[in-house]
Design a protein around this ligand. Sequence first.
Ligand code: NDP
Length: 487
Amino acid sequence: MNAQPKASHHIGGTYVEDDAGAVIESVYPATGELNARLHSATPAIVEQAVQAARAAQPAWATLKGVERGRILLRTAQLLRERNEELSRIETLDTGKAIQETLVADAASAADALEYFGGLAGAITGEHVDLGGDFVYTRREALGVCAGIGAWNYPIQIAAWKSAPALACGNAFIFKPSEMTPLTALLLAEAFKDAGLPDGIFGVVQGYGDVGAALASHPDIAKVSLTGSVPTGAKVLGAAAETIKSVTMELGGKSPILVFDDADLESAIGGAMLGNFYSTGQICSNGTRVFVQRGVYDAFLERLKIRTEAIRLGDPLDPDTHLGPMVSMAQRDKVLGYIEAGKREGGRLVTGGGVPEMQGFENGAWIQPTVFADVSDEMTIAREEIFGPVMSVLVFDDEAEALRRANATEFGLAAGVFTADLSRAHRVVSQLEAGTTWINTYNLTPVEAPFGGVKQSGIGRENSRAAIEYYTQLKSVYVATGPVDSPY
Ligand code: NDP
């Protein structure tokens, strides 16, 4: 499974290596085979990336927005042309089925580049009339921004962060998760081929220490993290030392509320997509499925049948629905949660173990798993599992469902399935979550803001809202008459 890149890092428009850095291995999670061996960035590499970005950023910021946008649009075009190869590499790095990576990874990255490429020329300040004098505002770039990514959507995360950053005139340095280092480098290649000036987009590989070095670097103005809540707290702490702007896309334990009047097949489909897609490794997953008592049994019966029809298999086979988890360590962590679910009295409806996968015996496989009769206190209902484990809970009325759905420190996402229009909007307005859906789940188009409340995050990605998180306002007061001074 050779997917060895030319070198570990991409700095100043070119591949850079430093063998002194700790070894990073990219492993194909379906077989345990080695894809590539890279090196973590040494302090010298981090410094080289920051200084290359610093040197290049001012000229980039003074280009017209449409000129910056044109380069992002060209990059998107290249990602689309290269989608098949990018998807193959993403599958090798993450283990996600090619059926998914073909449509949800480089393609989603291209969406972000197109959206922010188009918007780049429309980033403006405003004019405030003061009856003669006036104020205008300039929306200016922050400078050098850093992104730190999780392993579930490597190229998507890199693009969701860098596209708005670059559109606004910033330079950007991305550190992928050490488990999935490959496709960010290919994004850097696409930027380069599209004509992005050297230094404006860099990739440095590394473990948490490299992320920490970026988060605390005095020449970096902003850090955007996609990761877990504990890492978020660390990055926030590091960013606080130099008063950096931050965007935090963190974990969740999101609820899905299914009312008696819902279209049951759609609700089941939504709950399955919101628990099993990407083998359950999605931050916004609706892992607590609250089902109203009247349809509880019917919901579980059909859910079991449909879950057992999911095809696990060779991730590179286009007919495969689900691949393995990203790593054995993550698989074992999820198996631990499944054991806790059993021990604490959850009723196992289906799954719950490791499937036999002929030809893929060394992969990080796990069965899509459903627990019923889950209570709010159980570990599987409280903690983020980050694997294909759905908890189904029964409820009687709307007020109860809302109270229980909101009883969590997380607030990333939430969904409601009902045929009652008024109830849908009423319930959504009371759900404590940053991203919500009515009668669907987990759709995240670039046009819509994405992010969390409570401990699930700070700031928003995607949509026009992202512009605010990659710019700062300068206010300019303009006098049109003499200065009126008492002195
Ligand atoms: P982690 O929080 O473990 O890691 C996230 C990134 O932060 C990695 O690149 C990691 O590097 C880096 N990192 C670790 N420690 C530090 C540190 N002290 N300072 C700076 N950077 C550091 O998350 P996972 O990669 O395990 O991803 C899973 C988590 O991400 C889940 O909680 C999930 O909910 C969340 N997530 C949130 C999303 C959202 O948009 N809200 C989307 C996707 C995932 P390394 O990997 O090398 O340790």
